[in-house]
Design a protein around this ligand. Structure first.
Ligand SMILES: Nc1ncnc2c1ncn2[C@@H]1O[C@H](COP(=O)(O)OP(=O)(O)OP(=O)(O)O)[C@@H](O)[C@H]1O
Ligand SMILES: [Mg+2]
Length: 288
């Protein structure tokens, strides 16, 4: 088989990056099953789903801020895993909507490690000189186009991906233009999210967060968006007559199974039984 040298290099980067990430593995990165380097064959976990570009294109309405953040939280956790490998960081190099798959459970998978780089002497693959690294206009940060790639380059691309998801359109060629377009089209976005986007899209690498910082900020914003409902006091248990054996059985079952369902015709006292059980189990603790 003939393949151009750059195709073989891409193939090799992908194989090395995936093999490096396989152990212990991450829930948002497909596993590599086999790498046959003589036949240039890479067998990876098959993800049944479609990419986030198709997902964004199919939507009639803008995605909500909380949903977009939940998706970014998944991919950012994969970035933290990749960037904090004890042997040295693995950089993806081409994060964008097309390279993220979503399965039927809403679980995201980062794919396409063709431009990935493994940094650090432990891998013996560190690029020695600035070199043409490639990427995708609008997603790739300025330093990467100048041949210098580092972990925060992926953070820039992930933030541009978040913008693309919120906008249902590719990011503009410069961060400033992307931010302007986004803020104009999505006046509903919170000040916290806008600040996160400006931070992640900083042209200057030194002003940009690393993946761990970005993840904490995403989680803080999600915490605000989906704060648990206020605690309520346990429902008052009404007096029950003749349910002693059912109550004892339910108490027994819940201690073994941790979760039980009460079923039966209307009006036979299911709610009273449940309230009594909750009152007993919860004590002074809040009940939701
Ligand atoms: N692990 C996987 N499970 C299922 N489908 C996958 C997987 N990896 C890649 N694909 C499918 O193959 C497509 C292209 O894969 P990938 O992004 O790795 O290659 P590419 O170099 O970008 O190729 P292309 O230029 O065709 O987009 C993806 O959009 C996706 O539909
Ligand atoms: Mg791709």
């Amino acid at each position: 088989m003939y393949a151009a040298p750059h195709v073989l290099r891409t193939f090799n980067s992908e194989a090395v990056a995936l093999a490096t990430l396989n152990i212990p593995g991450h829930r948002h990165i497909p596993l590599i099953y086999e790498y046959l380097d003589d036949s240039y064959c890479l067998v990876v976990q098959y993800i049944e789903g479609y990419n986030l570009r198709n997902f964004a294109d199919q939507r009639l309405e803008f995605i909500s801020e909380a949903q977009a953040l939940r998706y970014m939280q998944q991919v950012c956790s994969a970035l933290v895993y990749m960037h904090t490998r004890p042997q040295g960081p693995v950089l993806h190099g081409d994060i964008k909507l097309e390279n993220i798959l979503i399965d039927r459970y809403g679980h995201l998978w980062l794919i396409d490690f063709g431009l990935a780089r493994t940094l650090g002497l432990a891998w013996g693959l560190e690029p020695k000189e600035p070199q043409a690294i490639g990427g995708t206009r609008g997603y790739t940060p300025p330093e990467q186009f100048q041949g210098v790639m580092e972990p925060r380059s992926d953070v820039y691309a992930l933030t541009a991906t978040l913008c693309a998801l919120l906008l249902r359109a590719s990011p503009s060629l410069t961060a400033d233009a992307t931010i302007e377009k986004l803020f104009k089209r999505r006046p509903d976005l919170s000040p916290g999210l806008k600040a996160l986007i400006q931070w992640g899209l900083a042209d200057n690498v030194a002003a940009r967060p690393d993946a761990r910082m970005l993840l904490s900020r995403i989680e803080a914003l999600l915490g605000e968006a989906i704060a648990p409902p206020p605690a309520r006091t346990a429902p008052v248990a009404r007096a029950m007559i003749g349910y002693t054996s059912e109550l004892a059985l339910a108490r027994d079952l819940i201690s073994q199974e941790h979760c039980i369902a009460l079923a039966g015709p209307h009006g036979i006292g299911k709610t009273s039984l449940a309230s009594r059980l909750i009152a007993e189990l919860a004590g002074d603790r809040p009940v939701f």
